[in-house]
Design a protein around this ligand. Structure first.
Ligand code: HAM
Length: 417
């Protein structure tokens, strides 16, 4: 018989790591729901056209899309991200603005798998549509910072840039093209190919031979309109007022084409591998109109769950939650007592598990140990005869005989409830 493993770039997330994922999403939901965001669950696949708006020149669109014809002949793609889906949903449902939504879930990009880079990866994120107030930019960024703090992370660097309005970006692209073209010989082969497609992305090159030319390249800051420059200055002062530390990085262009004005990225300084960007976002004021809706400003971010948890591992914070099982029942009288007690104690609000198949005391105790329960409830013939149970505290090994009628109260005391 053939056997199968997960496809490259995908993983099974098993307990207790899966409980950590849920806790991660729960912490995020708590923060953003208190800030007035509603949960949106967009579909995991859509018409390919929705995602082409992410940028026809980006690798996400040209190389990494999971697209296919479905049985009805539609060109479908698994979502590579969720911002475009949120904007499509906005155009479809026309909610009142400001529309503030958050999401959590998997995305798909056909990338070369590595530590921290997967073909199926999870994000949590927010989007706000309909507001172009720079105070909102700062508030959105501060939400992400707050979230990292709640996870216990300290080593996070926030880089900030403005890509200006669409005209600014085009003028800047022209200036960059002229700069790099006049020094074409000094540019790496890869960056020459990138230059053809999108001169801004050359700034992303990490190749040492490109570094001097990139350092000497024109600056985005010199190509901003007054309106975009004023907006950017206001975002910075609102961030300072909120006590959020940041560095200006005018080489930050991000991997998606829809950005306008404010862009930002969070880097985990604890990670040494190539993939240290654990989250990013920005304004995409033209995207809703590109998808056939009215001119509508938008801003948001997405934080990579997989990579952020690697940063948590590196800092030794946000461990997997402890077992949800409070008590484990060891019944060496056949198992009926265990069945009754499970029902009774679960109804009373305890997390309870048990062993099966009339195993020996020793083997049941082993399972109890593995379960992570703080207490074992042991039932032997003597206990049945006396209508009692033995309550064993796993950590100390101390045991007490408790009458069945007092068990619930005793458990509450032992578990500190
Ligand atoms: P992005 O920078 O493409 O932005 O992705 C955001 C985060 O998702 C990255 O910083 C990274 O942590 C994680 N990520 C991306 N690709 C992978 C991968 N292959 N494996 C593991 N993690 C990955 C966006 O997706 C935008 N939609 C963000 C946004 C929201 N902009 C405005 N609103």
């Amino acid at each position: 018989m053939p056997t199968y493993n997960t496809s490259p770039g995908t993983r099974d997330i098993l307990a207790p790591e899966s409980a950590r994922w849920r806790a991660f999403q729960q912490v995020f939901a708590d923060i953003v729901e208190r800030a007035g965001f509603g949960h949106i669950i967009p579909p995991m696949f859509e018409d390919l056209g929705v995602f082409l708006r992410v940028g026809e020149t980006t690798e996400i669109v040209t190389k990494e899309m999971y697209d296919f014809d479905d049985k009805g002949g539609r060109r479908i793609a698994l979502r590579p991200e969720q911002t475009a889906s949120v904007c499509r949903a906005f155009v479809e449902h026309r909610p009142v603005t400001p529309w503030k939504v958050w999401y959590a879930g998997p995305n798909f990009r056909y990338e070369k798998p590595q530590q921290g880079r997967y073909r199926q990866f999870d994000q949590v994120g927010v989007e706000v549509l309909g507001i172009d107030d720079p105070q909102l930019d700062a508030e959105v960024i501060a939400l992400a910072v707050d979230f990292y703090r709640r996870l216990g992370l300290h080593g996070i660097r926030l880089s900030l840039n403005s890509l200006g309005d669409s005209g600014d970006r085009d003028r800047y692209a022209t200036a960059l093209r002229a700069h790099f073209t006049s020094h074409l010989d000094a540019l790496s082969t890869e960056s020459r190919a990138t230059l053809e497609r999108n001169p801004l992305r050359v700034l992303d090159s990490k190749r040492p031979e490109d570094a001097p030319l990139i350092a000497a390249a024109p600056r985005m800051a010199d190509h901003l309109t007054d309106a975009a420059a004023t907006h950017f200055a206001a975002v910075q002062s609102a961030l300072r007022a909120a006590g959020v530390d940041f560095v200006i990085d005018d080489r930050l262009v991000r991997g998606l084409d829809y950005y306008r004005r404010t862009t930002f990225e969070f880097v985990a300084t604890s990670l040494t591998a190539a993939h240290t960007a654990i989250g990013g976002g920005g304004r995409y004021d033209g995207l809703v109109a590109d998808l056939g809706g009215p001119e509508t400003p938008g801003i948001g971010f997405a934080l990579g769950l997989d990579r952020t948890l690697l940063a948590c591992d590196a800092e030794g914070v946000f461990a997997a939650p402890t077992s949800a099982v409070d008590a484990f029942i060891v019944d060496v009288t056949g198992g009926e007592q265990a069945a009754q007690l499970c029902t009774q104690l679960r109804a009373a609000g305890f997390g309870v598990d048990r062993a099966y198949d009339s195993r020996s005391m020793k083997s049941q105790m082993k399972v109890a140990d593995r379960s992570g329960a703080r207490v074992a409830i042991i039932i032997g013939e003597d206990e049945v005869a006396a209508n009692t149970v033995t309550v064993r505290t796993m950590e100390s090994g101390s045991q007490q005989l408790v009458s069945r009628g007092e068990l619930v109260e005793r458990l509450k005391t032992v578990l500190g409830r």
